[in-house]
Design a protein. Sequence first.
Lengths: 141, 64
Amino acid sequence: MKFDYLKQPNFRDPNKPWISRPVIPVALHYKDKRVKVFALVDSGADISLFHASLGQALGIDVTGGRKMTFFGISEGAGVEVYMHTIDLEVVGDSTSFEMEVGFTDSKGVGAILGQAGFFDHFHIKFERDKERVELTTASLH
Amino acid sequence: MTDRFIEQLKPYENKWVALDDETKEVVGSGQDAAQALREAEHRGHKDPTLFKVLPFRGAYVPLA
C-alpha cells in the first residue's frame, strides 16, 4: 500500500515552504465501534499514541487503562498515557490486528503510529524524495 | 490531496475535523475528535475520517 505524504502550507507565512508528512488513514476498532483517523507514521515513537477523545469516541473508559508516563524532546514531567488494547486496520488493507496503544489528553498528540505493534506488523519504506510511504505486511519472526 | 482540500483546513488550525471520505470536505469540527465526529454524524455523515489540523506556524515534533 502506498500513500502520498500530506502537504501542509504555512498559512501564517506563505513564503515559508510547505511541510510534508507521512500521514495515513487507519481505522481503530474497539468492541462494536470503529473510528477512522489520519495518523502520522512516526519511526521515532516507541508506541502508538492517540488523543483521549478518540478513545472516548470508541467507547473506551480511557482513564481505566494502565497508566504510564511518556517523555518527548522537551523537558518536563512528561505526559500521562493510558494503555488499552484495540484492533487497528490500515484503510485499504483487508485485515486488522490487535495492538496495545496509548491514549492521552496531551494537545501535542493527535494520532501517532509508533514502533511497538505497528512497525512490528509492516515493512515501512519512507520515500521522502517521492513524498510517499509504502507499507507491506511483515512476516513476524 | 488537492490544494482545495488543504485550503479548506485554514479555519481549523489546532482543531479536529471530520472529513467525508469521497469529497474530502470538512463535515464536522471541534476541539477534540469526539466533538468533530458528533457534528459530522449530526449532519448525516456516519463514517467520516478524523484529522487533527496541526499548527501552521512551523514544524511538528510529537510530545515536544
